[in-house]
Design a protein around this ligand. Structure first.
Ligand code: CU
Length: 330
């Protein structure tokens, strides 16, 4: 049984069709296959008074929403219409026996080349909630991303009190006025850190606190904001704009105090089963290195005489199994 969701301008209609199908057809708690089509295409987008051509899915920024139920199969056909190679990572999805559809380019698959098609096909097992998908090669993820909403199985309640109203997912991102592929290739060339973004975004929008007419959107003083407005019959009175006062950007202790309060549900029905006894010790070494600056080149790594080099992870006391014989060769 398949219900077809086209991730396109007909998306909302298709969602409605899907829900109607779910209610009208006799299929109590049966998992279904949901089909999406992701056209990777260029789209002109304007933010902070800068217009540029960005890589998108179906011309949308952020990209289309995927909606499924726990137990459903997702079949997502990706067609690459842009000059860049691409792959899509389904971030947070547990790929049980479908690891080749996880998405990182050159890791579990060859990237999808221009004018090529790749069909991701996996089942969502034992998880529900809101995740996201994004491009997983180079810096295309700066513009190629969108939400994945996994509803509980039909007839199964949410694992929390039902909210009064559900709102669409909120996606945090960053906007660069320049081409993001140029940002990362410049960083690789000079060996320095990549240029910082011009704005933070909520659902692709920088909000009213950035000054669009100047280039003052510097990283050290940067705040994305959204305005919530009542709908009729209430009217939002003209109130002074709330200007947030936030901790310093490098206030690590503040960030740690906040993130350390985050908890999973850990209810009897959805327990957070983490191993609590150590039965095997592994020794990892991870390094972030530098390389000397090549002759006749200027570098922007430490001391301006080096380039940041890739990190490396090793398991000195473990032998890794050899890669599978059918590992894709790109
Ligand atoms: Cu990811």
């Amino acid at each position: 049984m398949a219900s077809y969701l086209l991730a396109s301008p007909t998306f909302l209609g298709a969602i409605l069709f899907s829900f109607l199908a779910l209610f009208l057809l006799p299929q109590p708690a049966l998992a279904i296959s949901r089909h999406y089509k992701f056209n990777i295409e260029l789209q002109n987008v304007t933010r902070l008074c800068h217009t540029k051509s960005i890589v998108t899915v179906n011309g949308k920024f952020p990209g289309p929403r995927i909606v499924a139920r726990e137990g459903d199969r997702l079949i997502i056909k990706v067609v690459n219409h842009v000059p860049n190679n691409i792959s899509i990572h389904w971030h947070g999805i547990r790929q049980l026996r479908s690891g080749w559809f996880d998405g990182p380019g050159y890791i579990t698959q060859c990237p999808i080349q221009t004018n090529q098609i790749y069909v991701y096909n996996y089942t969502i097992v034992g998880q529900r909630g809101t995740l996201f998908w994004h491009a997983h090669i180079s810096w295309l993820r700066a513009t190629v991303y969108g939400p994945i909403v996994i509803l509980p199985k039909l007839g199964v309640p949410y694992p929390f009190t039902k909210p009064d109203k559900e709102i669409p997912p909120i996606l945090f991102g960053e906007w660069f006025n320049t081409d993001t592929e140029a940002v990362i290739s410049q960083a690789l060339q000079t060996g320095g850190g990549p240029n910082v973004s011009d704005a933070y975004t909520i659902n692709g929008l920088p909000g009213p606190l950035y000054n669009c007419s100047s280039d003052k959107g510097t990283f050290d003083n940067t705040t994305v904001a959204g305005i919530l407005q009542y709908k009729s019959p209430f009217k939002t009175p003209a109130l002074p704009q709330f200007k947030p006062s936030l901790p310093a950007l490098n206030d690590t202790a503040f960030a740690f105090n906040f993130t350390s309060t985050l908890r999973s549900l850990a209810s009897p029905q959805y327990p957070a089963n983490v191993p609590q006894t150590v039965d095997k010790n592994l020794f990892f070494t991870i390094g972030l290195g530098t390389n000397p600056c090549p002759k006749n080149q200027t570098c922007q790594g430490p001391n301006n005489s080096t380039k940041f080099a890739a990190s490396d992870g090793r398991l000195p006391n473990q032998k890794l199994p050899p890669p599978p014989a059918d590992l894709p060769k790109c």
